[in-house]
Write a protein that binds this ligand. Structure first.
Ligand code: SF4
Ligand code: SF4
Ligand code: FES
Length: 504
């Protein structure tokens, strides 16, 4: 360890780290220690090109860049001295020399580091009357990203991302000196499963996603932390919403899960939250209100219980840990066979994308559900969560299905109850590495729909199953889960840290 002093505060940091890395690991960068930087990114190699992170180190005659200067025991660093601020003003003046300063029509405005630092360190008037260097405006680098070349400050974050993270290397900086330009390699286009991350890491408005560009000003959005539910990785995201509408998903940093990245598929999955939703309860082909569907399901469940006929349960790896715990308790109280769940699989890679295309298969396993896509046994009634292959239910007389999307409704479902998507309620998923992670609601459905746990509880209440008198309360259920299942000990929703925690 090394002891360093920054602006009078002393910190213990890991030896061998650079100053910026040390501050990042301490969690104080841009928080307690305001140290502007452009080209440095915590998950990319050092470039050292923007020169904005210069600091004064006692005993060292020249200013040093914090992103490429290793800490030393006893180092005394100043980030706010007059020399440092003068250097920042000089860097900003150079960076703004050719910049169009078109913030009013730039989609990055409001979350642009160039705008922020120009405000803090920029000079008010250019000291040149030469024309700004012409560059291309608003052209497509590939199917997802639009490039405004004139705004680029050549920090090369996007270039390093494509080389080091996606490992596709489509981008490069061409020409020399004042003529340097970011471009795709001849004949290549920016097209890889992680391409849209370059828009997140571009510190200015040079790279924007086609999808989000000009949809809404960012100051109208608020970000709700959530989890992507499109594969077993469970990448951490922020859902940016306004007026009960989601405009984008962006990655939320979690070094234990997704670093600072998400895949393009997961990013675009916000569109499926509202499209094709199941909005009405049904009994047979009749559209009914929610209460009637619940009481019909409850009556049929009660008849099966009274007749001592078999009841089966099909779980969903898209349901939360809390939903599945409620289902598991119901199975115990009804004395059914163990519940099963099936997993859909697809492509995977070595970076983030997992082959299992569901967010909570590990949670289902940890709660005692068995993975199976075989037909369930003969039964008077099946309680089915989510999508199910019709051939799994050929031996079932009555099917009660809880679904969020129209396309998932089984042709043979007798009672259908619309349920909320994970965007619409509070809960947790367990990712493929057995890490429990909380998600919070960021949308309110404009039709009647309950969470799986809520709907199951109401069906059990309608069937007058003993011990099911209380309505569903996700916080209470999560506490009961943490007490009843050793793997979830201490992991109730109120205790789960923002970055999640491994199952015990
Ligand atoms: S496009 Fe953005 S990320 Fe890429 S070099 Fe230019 S400023 Fe940096
Ligand atoms: S890797 Fe998986 S969890 Fe992560 S963003 Fe992509 S689909 Fe979502
Ligand atoms: S952040 Fe250090 S030189 Fe760019």
């Amino acid at each position: 360890m090394a002891q360093i002093t920054i602006d009078g505060e002393t910190y213990e940091v890991g030896d061998g780290l650079t100053i910026l890395e040390a501050l990042d690991q301490l969690g104080v960068l841009m928080n307690e220690v305001e140290l502007p930087h452009y080209c440095w990114h915590p998950k990319l190699s050092v470039d050292g090109s923007c020169r904005l992170c210069q600091v004064e180190i006692e005993g060292v005659p020249k200013l040093q860049i914090a992103c490429n200067t290793p800490v030393r025991d006893g180092m005394v660093i100043h980030t706010k001295s007059e020399r440092v601020e003068q250097a920042r003003r000089g860097v900003m003046e150079l960076l703004l020399l050719n910049h169009p300063l078109d913030c009013p029509i730039c989609d990055q405005a409001g979350e642009c580091k160039l705008q922020d630092y120009a405000f803090d360190y920029g000079v008010k008037h250019a000291r040149t009357d030469l024309p700004r260097r012409p560059a291309k405006k608003g052209f497509e680098l590939g199917p997802t990203i639009v490039f405004d070349q004139e705004r680029c400050i050549l920090c090369r974050r996007c270039v390093r991302f494509c080389r080091e993270v996606s490992q596709t290397g489509e981008l490069g900086v061409f020409q020399r000196g004042e003529r340097s330009l970011l471009e795709t390699f001849p004949g290549a286009e920016l097209d890889n499963p992680y391409s849209m991350n370059v828009a997140d890491i571009c510190p200015v408005g040079a790279l924007t996603t086609k999808d989000f560009r000009f949809k809404v000003r960012v100051w109208f959005l608020d970000d709700v932390p959530s989890i992507c539910n499109q594969c077993g990785r469970g990448c951490n995201i922020n859902a940016s919403r306004s007026n009960n509408r989601v405009y984008r998903f962006v990655p939320r940093r979690n070094d234990a899960v997704n670093q600072t990245w998400i895949c393009d598929h997961g990013r675009m999955s916000y569109k499926g939250l509202t499209e094709g939703r199941c909005t009405e309860a049904r009994v047979g082909s009749r559209r009914v209100n929610y209460d009637e569907a619940v009481s019909t399901a409850g009556d049929r469940l009660r008849s099966a219980i009274d007749a001592k006929r078999p009841i089966v349960v099909v779980a969903s790896p898209f349901a939360s840990n809390e939903d599945l715990f409620v289902l598991q308790r119901l199975i115990g109280d009804l004395g059914c066979e163990p519940g099963t769940f099936a997993i859909e699989r697809g492509d995977s890679d070595a970076l983030l994308i997992r082959a299992d295309k569901c967010p909570n298969a590990e949670g289902a396993r940890a709660l005692g559900f068995l993975e199976s896509d075989a037909a369930v046994g003969e039964a008077a009634i099946a309680l089915v969560l989510g999508r199910v292959a019709p051939e799994r239910l050929v031996n079932v007389e009555t099917q009660v299905q809880l679904v969020s999307h129209e396309a998932d409704i089984s042709v043979s479902a007798d009672v259908v109850l619309p349920v909320r998507s994970h965007a619409e309620y509070l809960g947790s998923f367990t990712n493929f590495e057995r890490r429990a992670q909380r998600f919070s609601p960021f949308l309110e459905p404009c039709f009647e729909a309950w969470s799986f746990g809520d709907a199951l509880t109401e069906i059990a209440r309608a069937a007058k199953v003993l011990g099911w008198e209380q309505p569903f309360d996700v916080i209470r259920v999560s506490r009961e889960l943490a007490q009843a299942v050793p793997a979830f000990a201490g992991l109730d929703l109120e205790s789960l840290p923002a970055e999640g925690a491994p199952l015990r």
